[in-house]
Design a protein around this ligand. Sequence first.
Ligand code: PHE
Length: 348
Amino acid sequence: MGLKERLAELREEGLQEIKDSEDLKKINQVRVKMLGKKGPITNVLRGMRDLSAEERPKVGQFANKVRDELTAAIENKRAELEQAAMDAELEAETIDVTLPGTPVAQGEPHVIQQIIDQVVDLFVSMGYEVAVGDEVEQEVYNFEKLNLPKDHPARDMQDTFYVTPSVLMRTQTSPMQARMLEKHDFSQGPLKMISPGKVYRRDTDDATHSHQFNQIEGMVVGKHITMADLKGTLKVVAQSLFGDKLDVRLRPSYFPFTEPSVEADITCFNCMGKGCAICKHTGWIEVLGAGMVHPNVLRMSGVDPEEFGGFAFGLGPDRFAMLKYGVTDIRNFYQNDVRFLTQFDRKG
Ligand code: PHE
């Protein structure tokens, strides 16, 4: 067989093998086998030495043509196989976006947080600034600067968790009164602040006591602020939370950091003042402690009580939530039983 015939045969053989290649590995093998240095085409080219000068270029040309043809066929096949591999991969990884997803349970603010948000939003709308303090507090801010010197009997009103002899878990949000009074620049106008947060007391947990609960402190200090302002403000809060027919009444009370001090009652929203089990047949429900900021508190925070004065109050969102929803055991709020908590989800 002449070289030309041999080349033609190799071309047919090669094209067939290329056609039959099923994957990229196989096409690579074919390339090495047909076109490599030890392959049959190279071999044929070597045999050209023995050809006549006339025939050599013709065979040479033909050999090049065969090689180019095979190279092109290999490249085409490779591209085709690569495309097929890519298609298969895409096919395998296809996501059916129409399939139903796995439902993810979405949280809702805790019922007490909802009350806090409502109260805070209300005060923000009246121009109060929100101040968030630390739950671990210095004893001086929790007591001394609130007019409760060491050995003051009123300290017993609030059994305290101590961290060190001078650091404690705050028993009330009132330390924020002193902290904000110290910070405020009265040349810029009155101080109006609202401060929600957790507080701690060494109480045994029962239906109406929790060793950790929430308070919202409010304070306004400036010029010419009266107890009527306090009462009006409390009325706005009560009415926005419980309904606009409610009234507020103040009863004398005692807190070391306010003088005079009051406890505020609202009309029982259940019986509208007629008397029922919730209000223990008084027609009124006690909701918070308040008073006019004691001159000593102002003085200790560097504010002149001759020039400035104001009111402060502390309300318990836990108690508000209990009243509002008729919850009789405060522990329900903290045991995190979702069957209880989801009842208050606003999305239902
Ligand atoms: N801090 C008081 C308490 O925890 C409540 C209060 C706040 C009273 C502000 C008067 C003024 O009982």
